[in-house]
Ligand binder design. Sequence first.
Ligand SMILES: [Cu+2]
Length: 157
Amino acid sequence: MVKRLTKYEIAWTLAVVGLIAGVSVYSTVLLYNIDALPANPGEYVEVIGHQWFWEFYYPANNTYWNTSYNANTLTATGGALWATPGEVVQVNVTSVDVIHSFNIPGLGVRIDAIPGRTNHLAFTVPASTAVGTEYLIQCTEFCGEFHGTMRAFLVVQ
Ligand SMILES: [Cu+2]
């Protein structure tokens, strides 16, 4: 004998289905918005991963900068990702050899650098950031012997 559902069981089931549908729609929209790129970022920077350094290319003034990290002094020379407070930065990230991962922990930025592919990501440097602030950039995909020193800085200027 088939038991008929009570009106409470039907209401409860519909409430759960409605809740899950609502969360699905909300999170789908949110995911697309997170990935959306701004129409007019403050600057574009091409980020190219190498074993074992980062290269930054600034198309606006056609300059290339290779970073060089000193593991003894924890400092970097040669190049950096320069940005101004409040600036929206779009990075186009790729690699010339193996898979790296471009990570700025202090800004919640992380995106893979994959050979033969360009990944895009935009982020905003907080407007309250003091000039002179340096955010550490660290490769977060194990990429060989000197992976640990594959660091650079985002310098706020
Ligand atoms: Cu790497």
